[in-house]
Design a protein around this ligand. Structure first.
Ligand SMILES: [Zn+2]
Length: 198
């Protein structure tokens, strides 16, 4: 039987996805071999994660300030907006270095049109932002799956009377693939060959 100090860490690791009893035990015991500086760093990093990670007030990206690095950058193209389903996709696209417009993060995708509440996934914020800005193009960069299609159609329907070009990332991205796992070349191609849907 381990002392409580070790048992607590084992319990904590088991909160993580895919971590069972044995792995949690192995990781907890491994931590005992690290320097105190390292374990303090880990503990502080985890403690600060929730306290110091906010969502950008403009686009919903992760940030430690009120406004994220993209929205704060005066050199970005302000009239092009890329709609993504989570902040991870912003990082994947930024790594390519081919896109210089703005972003809007949805909190997921539309799961069903029955009882759809646009506030659930920040669609209301998206529409409000588009109505109050001067966007010329909206790029919908959500993963190709049924939910992605529904979300894309919904956005297209709501915006169809505005004079804005709405594009969708081109095929090549495997059906159902998570955007952050799509390789850079495929993602860059999908960007370059994006298709107008309205
Ligand atoms: Zn932002």
């Amino acid at each position: 039987m381990y002392p409580k100090s070790i048992l607590n860490v084992i319990e904590a690791f088991k909160y993580l996805p895919g971590i069972g009893d044995k792995t949690a035990e192995r990781m907890a015991l491994y931590l005992l071999n690290l320097d105190k500086v390292q374990t303090d760093f880990m503990a502080d990093a985890i403690k600060n994660l929730k306290d110091n990670t906010k969502r950008c007030k403009v686009c919903g990206n992760f940030t430690s300030d009120d406004i994220c690095f993209v929205c704060n950058d005066p050199t970005r193209e302000k009239n092009i907006l890329c709609v993504v389903e989570d902040p991870k996709t912003i990082i994947a696209i930024e790594k390519l270095g081919v896109y210089h417009g703005m972003y809007h993060v949805l909190n997921g995708l539309i799961k069903t049109l029955d009882g759809l509440d646009p506030t659930d996934i920040r669609l209301d914020k998206l529409i409000e932002r588009i109505n109050n800005s001067d966007f010329k193009e909206i790029i919908i960069a959500v993963k190709p799956c049924l939910e992605g299609e529904m979300t894309s159609l919904y956005i297209n329907n709501v915006l169809k009377d505005l004079n804005i070009s709405i594009t969708r990332l081109a095929s090549g991205i495997p059906m159902g693939a998570d955007m952050e796992y799509v390789d850079a070349i495929t993602l860059e191609k999908a960007f370059d060959n994006r298709k107008k849907i309205s």
